[in-house]
Design a protein around this ligand. Sequence first.
Ligand code: NAP
Ligand code: G4F
Length: 334
Amino acid sequence: LIFGITGQDGSYLAELLLKRAYNVVGVTRRVSVDTTKRISHILPKIKIVEGDITDAFNVNKIIEDHQPDEIYNLAAQSHVGVSFDVPEYTADVAGLGTLRLLEVIRDSNLDCKFYQAGSSEMFGGKIDTIPQNENTKFTPRSPYGVAKLYSHWITVNYREAYNLFACNGILFNHESPVRGETFVTRKIVIGLCKIKLKKQKTLFLGNLNAKRDWGHARDYVEAMWKMLQKKTPSDYVISTGKQYTVKQFVNLVLKELDIEHRWKGKGINEKCFDQNGNCIVACDKEYFRPLEVDTLLGSSKKAKKELNWKPKTSINNLVKEMVNFDLKKLINDK
Ligand code: NAP
Ligand code: G4F
């Protein structure tokens, strides 16, 4: 049973489970537009039920009706920047939503394994260990990070208090061609592809100096599944162990698109120009956050040892796959 099946990770996880001959049930929210674009190719093979993780009665009924062997909680308002605008809603979905699921499992005595989609954003701003691992102190710096930290500890708490098979993945940023379009990697790829095709002049970004550890979503959902196949539940950091700035990610995409460029200026005035002197990347205050997590870099030693997991996709191949996808899509959308 996947909560959040319409999201980036939900779509990759559903594919993986189908390949392993699971009966997959996915929860979708009723909204005014179709949200099943990412799973349209597998829709006939999965069962879709309508639900919302903010509704305890609904969550209870879905779990009772389907008696799942494994529950993956991927549902969240997952945008860190947006969480500053909708902090209460973010807490309800990304924090209390997890409690609602755990309570149903506990109350019904269901023999079911539970995966919680935790985040490196929980490490936050006052990081005392480089790279970050399962023992690194959490100092979240956004309403999203705080909500995810509640989910992390309530999952640990239910595991210890009620002996539930419940695991926290502490996943670092992971991307793909179906990444949400307002997250920085996809935004950069779409913007620069449009510039290449002369459909856009300038891409506006926020903090170019933030450092992230970016992997591929396809690799990361495999780690989620592996956690639930272990004999005993535990928590795992999932990351690549390599770090790039937002500006470096821009440079990788420009290289893939064969766009010659040079950077000029500093801070918010830093700009990138093409060989004809056109400004193709600039900063806009709108995209800076009230608080920033400056640097994230993970160590997945425990996952490697206990899950036999390691990332398969390099940053260059990730960029290549994302650029190819969006270029083709933009050309076909003409
Ligand atoms: P995503 O693309 O934003 O997907 C989020 C999913 O949650 C969507 O299916 C969304 O449904 C669903 N959802 C939102 N609110 C809901 C609600 N009230 N009830 C039920 N479902 C709801 O996120 P993602 O990148 O796939 O990430 C999956 C999970 O991992 C999230 O919990 C995220 O916070 C966490 N995470 C992600 C990363 C990353 O780098 N991608 C890293 C660490 C942790 P709609 O389609 O209807 O909006
Ligand atoms: O792509 P982002 O929005 O991802 P962020 O904030 O790291 O969060 C993602 O990863 C977390 C794991 O660490 C997940 F839990 C979370 O759900 C989400 O998937 O921003 C990455 C960096 C930030 O430092 C941001 O300030 O890029 C910087 N940035 C610079 N310009 C921008 C922009 N981010 C966005 N979204 N848009 C910009 O224009």
